[in-house]
Design a protein around this ligand. Structure first.
Ligand code: FES
Ligand code: FE2
Length: 426
């Protein structure tokens, strides 16, 4: 449970808020690179941490992330003309370059120098691993570019998608941290989804009383969930939570690894990113087909949008007969939308003054605490955790250990990226 003030503190991320200041110190996944496919393509509205921005690509292919609105009288530059190395407002023709600098005010004499005094807010935007990353913090504090494994494997080894989720980032992320819900909410899919079924790990999930052991990692938390396996053994699922909003899902069999990022659009909406990647082989056509159609933890989207076809407005197409028969546990189809439906049902921002936490919520408590602590420390000048690339070069894992062996000591190396080495998974 949290007080009203604590809940506000961790959920508000607009300019000038403590959590907003913290998040602005990290590189943020903003767009799929394919959203800005070619030079001079149409600009894309990109609201991020409650700031309305515009992402675009100029004549030379330089990426730009600038204020959405014209400095003259506030027209949305989404309507602008992307031409000759700049974006021109359609109202009176003011033109801006990729840094947001105004380079032309046609109504003023060219030698007046007026346009030099006008500059739009602008942030760095760079491509890495098929993703456009934004940095909104102080320029002198810009950290090294992220090195998550999904950004460094060959393109054929990964599949990346994002979907609009209609709630605050924190309750969505808490779903990624809380693996105890898998034995309930997703229990139908463990035996039917083509990317889960038939693995030994899926069978061990029958134990619905996992015990959690949560250990701090340099960039976040190792979240160990153990279930009973064969006599004298535990089946371990290790989720990595990495500051400020990444989770790495424990894998099944030879299936690819999965990770998420929950990025606030504003306080009541977020983008849920899903990164599927295999360290040692290209993804198969079967896997890609399944993911394109909402298999694994991806979703099918309304064409030309990032809104899922199954959404709040159609009650997530809940199928009561499937719920009753147990084909799906909740009646909602697909793992990702099962998550989104329960998380969005909490309301735009969950009222945490009314919750009743239990022992399986330990990791959630620790993650909230770590975020809060980092935001408070930042106000006093301490650098946030999780900026060093070593914090990104980690993996989730699943394995069986004898009951007296601590997971983090026995399996230290399995929790790190080892180039060219298969991930640890059963
Ligand atoms: S409002 Fe953009 S040029 Fe006038
Ligand atoms: Fe889930």
């Amino acid at each position: 449970m949290m007080t009203r003030e604590q809940n506000e503190f961790v959920t508000r991320t607009g300019p000038g808020t403590p959590m907003g200041d913290l998040f602005r110190r990290y590189w943020i996944p903003l767009l799929l690179a394919e959203e800005l496919q070619e030079n001079e393509c149409p600009p894309v509205r990109a609201k991020l941490l409650s700031e309305r921005l515009l992402a675009w690509r100029d004549t030379q292919g330089r990426y730009a992330l600038t204020d959405e609105f014209c400095a003259h009288r506030g027209v949305s530059l989404w309507f602008g003309r992307n031409e000759e190395n700049g974006l021109r407002c359609p109202y009176h023709g003011w033109k801006y370059d990729h840094t947001g600098q105004c380079i032309e005010v046609p109504s003023e004499p060219a030698d007046s120098g007026f346009c030099k005094k006008i500059k739009l807010k602008s942030y760095p935007l760079v491509e890495r691993g098929g993703i456009l990353w934004a940095y909104m913090g102080p320029p002198e504090q810009q950290p090294p570019l992220p090195e998550f494994e999904w950004t460094s494997v060959p393109a054929a080894h990964h599949y990346i998608s994002k979907r609009w989720q209609e709630c605050n980032y924190l309750q969505a992320m808490e779903g990624g941290i809380d693996s105890s819900h898998v034995s309930f909410l997703h229990s139908g899919e463990l035996h039917t989804d083509p990317l889960h079924r038939g693995t030994k790990g899926a069978q061990y999930q029958r134990d619905r009383r996992p015990k959690f052991e949560v250990v701090e990692s340099p960039g976040g938390l190792y979240i160990g969930a153990r279930r009973n396996a064969e006599e004298g053994h535990y089946y371990w699922r290790i989720t990595q939570w990495i500051m400020p909003w990444y989770t790495m899902v424990p894998p099944y069999g030879d299936n690819a690894l999965n990770a998420h990022a929950w990025v606030p659009i504003d306080d009541e909406n977020c983008f849920t990113w899903t990164f599927t990647y295999h360290p040692t082989r290209p993804l198969s056509e079967m896997e890609l087909e399944a993911m394109r159609h909402g298999g694994g933890i991806h979703v099918e989207l309304i064409p030309e949008t990032f809104r899922p076809i199954i959404n709040k407005d159609n009650d997530y197409m809940i199928d009561r007969a499937a719920q009753k028969s147990g084909r799906t546990y909740s009646g909602v189809s697909g793992i990702a939308m099962q998550d989104a439906s329960v998380q969005e049902s909490m309301g735009p921002i969950q009222d945490r003054t009314k919750e009743n936490l239990v022992s399986t919520d330990n990791a959630i408590i620790m993650a909230r605490h770590r975020l809060r602590k980092a935001a408070l420390a930042l106000q006093k000048g301490a650098a946030p955790p999780g900026l060093a690339v070593e914090c990104h070069r980690v993996r989730s894992a699943t394995f069986v250990l004898q009951i007296d062996v601590p997971f983090d000591q026995a399996k230290g190396d399995d929790l790190k990226v080892r180039e060219g080495v298969l991930h640890t998974s059963i």
